[in-house]
Design a protein around this ligand. Structure first.
Ligand code: KG4
Ligand code: ZN
Length: 354
């Protein structure tokens, strides 16, 4: 039995988990810092780093206790090594290195995006290759996952990440923070067809995304037609219109990616969606329909494994350990770290957040 501890501190969740090689999650402890950042309407890097420092040790102790194991039982210690808010990444990496050194265990530095990318193998044990739509607060990418460490980027956002667009739209609509769940909640009672919003990039060749125009269109609609944010129905209708436009665009770009991926991999069987925005039920439904239409299986992780967590880092660590891909204690935290190193530099995206 191989046991790996995973530590995640790249944004505003302090998380630790233990997984084993039978794909069992023995513990998965996540402390959200949402309340620390709410007053500022977004994640404040300095506050996040300090909070990770305060909470990480107790969270790691709890993850080990809930898994019923000691440091000496572990086969490796994995931590997010980037991309992310550098103060937080340093806290996680330094903690993991210290534990690895003290216990004489291998240290594995994990690309946060790889954690999201491999989650479907933890939850469902699927084989390579698969097509991944990675939608989070800092990224919006389509990737062919060909193996551990083998990711081919088919498209990315040329401006905002999709989660960022949700967060900014929520702010415009006065829905508070964090924005994604707030927009989804507001949209439940909304009429998605009352306001017409653009579908940036839809119908164009390729697999790139753009969301800043959509956010601006929400602002223009608000300024022009409404101005009355107290009207809950208006908020709900705009939230629903925004969410539908995002789902349409994601489905359109993903359809192109499926064709591109199939041209290279005739054995492609599964479309996977991962990252925080994959928690959105309307987006999941839209992608499930697309997959069914083109004869692919559709896979979205359970909600707690969509948003940031330690289990995905532990699992990626376990996959790397099995292949002997461990790191030395010289590893330096990386604020930016593209999954597909061969892909052209992202045009506008690539915020520190992942
Ligand atoms: O993957 P994640 O937890 O952190 C990053 O690595 O960025 O993703 C966070 C992002 C935020 O932008 C949040 O607003 C968005 O995911 N999100 C959602 C939902 N839940 C979280 N977006 C839309 N609908 C949701 N239900
Ligand atoms: Zn993430």
């Amino acid at each position: 039995m191989t046991l790996v501890l995973g530590i995640e501190t790249s944004c505003d969740e302090t998380a630790a988990a233990v997984v084993d090689d039978t794909r069992c999650i023995l513990s998965n402890v996540v402390l959200s810092q949402i309340d620390d950042h709410r007053a500022f309407g977004g994640v404040v890097p300095e506050i996040a780093a300090r909070a990770h420092l305060v909470h990480l040790n107790p969270i790691v102790r709890r993850a080990l206790a809930e898994a019923g194991c000691r440091l000496s039982d572990l086969d490796a210690i994995a931590a997010t090594g980037g991309p992310g808010l550098i103060g937080g990444v340093m806290v996680g990496v330094t903690t993991a290195k210290g534990m690895a050194l003290a216990a004489g265990k291998p240290f594995v530095a994990i690309n946060h995006l790889e954690g999201h990318a491999l989650t479907a193998r933890l939850t469902d044990g699927i084989d390579f290759p698969y097509l991944l739509l990675l939608v989070s607060g800092g990224h919006c990418q389509l990737l062919t996952v060909e193996g551990v460490g083998k990711y081919r980027r088919l498209g990315t956002t040329i401006d905002d990440a999709v989660g960022e667009a949700f967060d900014k739209t929520a702010k415009l609509l006065g829905l508070g923070y964090p924005g994604g769940p707030a927009v989804e909640q507001a949209a439940i009672t909304g009429d998605p067809d009352r306001f017409s919003l653009p579908r940036p990039m839809q119908g164009r060749p390729g697999c790139d995304f753009s969301f800043s125009g959509l956010k601006t269109a929400v602002k223009r609609t608000l300024d022009r037609e409404i101005g009355d944010l107290d009207d809950a129905a208006i908020r709900a209708d705009l939230a629903a219109a925004f969410q539908k436009a995002v789902a349409d665009v994601l489905a359109d770009r993903t359809a192109n990616a499926i064709m591109a991926c199939r041209a290279k991999h005739s054995d492609l069987r599964t479309l996977v969606v991962a990252g925080g925005v994959a928690a959105n039920a309307a987006i999941r439904r839209r992608l499930a329909t697309l997959a069914a239409d083109v004869g692919l299986d559709f896979l979205a992780p359970p909600l707690p494994l969509c948003t940031d967590n330690g289990a995905m880092i532990a699992w990626a660590g376990l996959e790397r350990l099995r292949l002997g891909l461990v790191d030395t204690l010289d590893f330096q935290p990386r604020p930016r770290w593209p999954l597909d190193e061969s892909a052209p530099k992202s045009v506008g995206a690539g915020l520190a957040k992942a």
